[in-house]
Write a protein that binds this ligand. Sequence first.
Ligand SMILES: Nc1ncnc2c1ncn2[C@@H]1O[C@H](COP(=O)(O)OP(=O)(O)OP(=O)(O)O)[C@@H](O)[C@H]1O
Length: 258
Amino acid sequence: MSEIHTQRVTFTRGRRLIADGIDITGPAGSVTALVGPKGSGKSTLLRLIAGALRADSGSMSLDAEPLSSLHRRERAQRIALVEQEWATADGLGGRDVVALGRVPHQGWFATTADDERVIANSLTAAGAADLADRDVATLSGGERQRINLARALAQQPSLLLADEPTNHLDIRAQWETMTLLHGLSRNGMTVIAALHDLNHAAAFADHVVVLADGRVAAAGSAPEVLTAETIAAVWGISLEVMRRADSDRPLLVFPLLA
Ligand SMILES: Nc1ncnc2c1ncn2[C@@H]1O[C@H](COP(=O)(O)OP(=O)(O)OP(=O)(O)O)[C@@H](O)[C@H]1O
């Protein structure tokens, strides 16, 4: 199981400090929810950890091993990033896109029977088996989301980074996705998911990190972090924080209008 740490990570674009000394921990075998207002730096942090962006300063480690010491291929074997963006060539089928997840594990030779098994299992786990033969150019936002997730699973990473994995999904698909991420963590995968829906973080996350203006504003368990005070300070909205009957996990509701 892999624990991820970032220490004093900074990232600047132009004159803007987008990540301003970020220290976070993603505990091994658990789901960490990364929450924060629009533009707070969630996607940037995930891309920095995945190696899609390079930090200006600071350090990151996976299992106490500096990420900077991992070769690109090794990093891709251990860390997968599920993004919103869709950068695949038209004309590919769903299965072809998922097969790309095997590339970091493959040698010079063609896909093996083992790869085929992993691809099929990943499609099934992500609820995308029926999309295997579809031209990806014709997929809806939610269907793309499932194929992207299946592709990341095919990478068999120890750290899965998911950027708004429930975006575009209907309520049942949101439940299935969050249940899948939770299940993966219980099987030893470390998951960090950037989420907009604070109730998803409240219900499913083991650990919650709040970003605001490129800094960590709060971190801890859902009941510790998702308080009315923190939400008001960071998002500028007064939500009602209720308690579930059977759990100390919070339930966040909008105040009723008069
Ligand atoms: N290539 C870029 N050039 C300039 N600014 C950028 C670039 N990419 C991101 N930013 C800025 O960095 C800030 C953080 O963006 P980021 O996408 O990481 O935030 P986020 O928390 O994921 O936002 P959202 O919830 O809206 O997806 C934003 O203000 C954004 O406009």
